[in-house]
Design a protein around this ligand. Structure first.
Ligand code: PLP
Length: 546
């Protein structure tokens, strides 16, 4: 289809039809709907086809700056979008797309999301989401139970209680983390005598009232960038996210955090929160949560655990122990759109204490009235879709045991891949998978031997020269693999202890897609080896350095 979309002329009558008349069964849109519901994976594979088109060329298709004056026929518009948009989308559900935290979704999510959009409930208030509000509260209750495991009486009492929340549902981990730190801030700088609390008086008045120079949030250097956004928004300042080095396993060094907490406190700076990461974005490691909980108790500050990605691993009774201590957190972030297999736009923050969210409670006259069960009085976002329904569907249809199988498979697949990398003469595993995320790079065997020898001789200059060339090579491999479009791994930069914290570029893999097979993983390595062989000049220089 290269025809230009036909233009109609808007009339009162034709515009009204958009809201009332359904598509004819033979229309393009109906055919697409049918194809989508028959075989989503097939639809994606058949229609995401134009891998080689550069972004700048795609931008030209989205260049017009005026809203089209007159209506376009639905079929024409849809056909145009199949070519301009769908064809150039990223096939995030492909089993060989193993570089990010997105995965294939269970088939039932698609028809249910259509129903959700059709119902168009607004979760900000009961008046527009009568049954969806209790459903969302139940989802939060189930996730709260997964993390904190309180007894039946607890959930009986709090799950549907007005002015209490077991958590907040939101668009993702970023908003979840902001919400947690917002609560931590308001809890610390609460009303006191004549002082009305930071929410009313602002940060400067609050610090004056409490007599502190400043506030600080302590987190590992592997903390997610959303914490910086939160600190910025909350007036705490990005600089006051104090990052603490990690050990050789990418876990925060608690002794160093304790020293830092002491020196900040001595300088009149109040520790507002300690954030533990349960599954870092770059390496998938889990901080020592029990020790962080102890430290937070010592400093009487809020303890938040960012389990946006890793929190779902709690579903596995086999591997749950890896997150031990998470139940001591005041708040925990978990994204359902990562390892719970819900579509994008489903984040949660859970509160151990159901009264915690009172720190941010907000009332208005026409909605969110005092004593109402409107969720919007205790959430950052206002109007919000019924995404909780899709999480509810996943929790019910997959079930705890189903998730356990999925999570165990992901973790074991990551261990299998780590084994492949270690056995392979020309690859180096950089970070072991604690959950289902690992990093590695292509290093020809001779170069590996040279690196090992140079490290033994403490020849850090030489190690540095080799790493610099390897960084170039890793970058080229990752880029060309992405452009080739057969498979996708991501890349990041780490400072491994083995290389005395020299920065190395690494390939990063997240193995959450249940459809990724062991053969695909073998093929990914073979492809990377072939891509490396296409850089003879760089390989030559590399070998010359050895
Ligand atoms: C993904 C992630 C976030 C941010 O979540 P979004 O859903 O992208 O907003 C925060 N923390 C960690 C550890 C994450 O992996």
């Amino acid at each position: 289809m290269t025809n230009k979309p036909r233009k109609a002329t808007a009339s009162a009558q034709s515009i009204m039809r958009i809201f009332t008349v359904p598509e004819a069964p033979e229309s393009t849109l109906s055919k697409i709907e049918h194809a989508l519901s028959e075989d989503l994976a097939g639809f994606l594979t058949q229609n995401i086809v134009a891998l080689e088109k550069p972004l700048s060329a795609i931008e030209e298709d989205f260049q017009a700056h005026e809203i089209p004056a007159e209506p376009t026929f639905v079929s024409d518009y849809t056909e145009e979008m199949m070519q301009n948009l769908v064809a150039h989308s990223v096939h995030t559900a492909a089993p060989s797309f193993i570089g990010h935290m997105t995965s294939a979704m269970p088939y039932f999510v698609l028809p249910l999301s259509k129903m959700m959009v059709g119902l168009n409930q607004n979760l900000v208030k009961i008046e527009t989401s009568k049954a969806f509000t209790p459903l969302e509260r139940q989802v939060l209750g189930m996730m709260h139970h997964l993390v904190y495991g309180a007894d039946a009486h607890f959930y009986q009492q709090w799950m549907h209680s007005a002015n209490h929340s077991l958590g907040a549902f939101c668009s993702g981990g970023t908003v979840a983390n902001i919400t947690a730190l917002w609560i931590a801030r308001n809890q610390l700088l609460k009303a006191d005598g004549d002082f009305p609390g930071v929410g009313s008086a602002g940060l400067m008045a609050a610090l004056r009232h409490y007599g502190w120079q400043d506030l600080a949030i302590l987190v590992s250097e592997r903390g997610h960038y959303s914490l910086g956004k939160a600190a910025d928004l909350l007036g705490i300042g990005r600089q006051n996210i104090v990052t603490i080095p990690t050990d050789a396993n990418n876990k925060v060094d608690v002794a160093k955090m304790r020293e830092k907490a002491a020196s900040l406190t001595a300088a009149g700076i109040r520790i507002m929160a300690i954030v533990g990461v349960a599954g870092t974005t770059e390496t998938g490691n889990i901080d020592p949560l029990p020790q962080l909980a102890d430290l937070a108790a010592e400093y009487q500050c809020h303890f938040h655990v960012d389990g946006a990605w890793g929190g779902a691993s709690l579903m596995s009774s086999k591997y749950r122990y890896l997150l031990a201590g998470i139940e001591r957190a005041d708040s925990v972030t978990i994204d359902a759109h990562k390892q719970l297999y819900a579509p994008m736009g489903a984040g949660m923050v859970l509160f151990r204490d159901p009264t915690l969210a009172r720190a941010i409670i907000h009332h208005a006259e026409y909605i969110l009235r005092r004593g109402s069960k409107d969720l919007g009085s205790q959430t950052l976002e206002g109007s919000r879709p019924g995404m909780a329904m899709l999480v509810h569907a996943c929790l019910n249809i997959i079930g705890h045991h189903g998730y356990e199988i999925l999570i165990n498979n992901s973790l074991e697949k990551a261990r299998f891949f780590a084994g492949l990398i270690k056995q392979h003469g020309d690859f180096e595993l950089i970070s072991e998978p604690e959950l289902c995320l690992l990093t590695y790079r292509y290093v020809p065997q001779r170069v590996q031997q040279a690196l090992t020898a140079a490290i033994a001789q403490h020849d850090w200059d030489k190690v540095n020269r080799i790493n610099a060339l390897l960084n170039e090579l890793t970058l080229l491999i990752q880029k060309s693999q992405r452009e080739q479009g057969k498979s996708f791994v991501s890349r990041t930069r780490l400072q491994p202890a083995r290389y005395q914290r020299q920065t190395v570029t690494v390939l990063r893999v997240v193995l959450a897609n249940p459809l990724t097979t062991e053969q695909i993983l073998r093929d990914v390595l073979t492809e990377e080896q072939q891509l490396a062989a296409r850089q003879p000049e760089l390989l030559q220089r590399l070998l010359a350095t050895c």
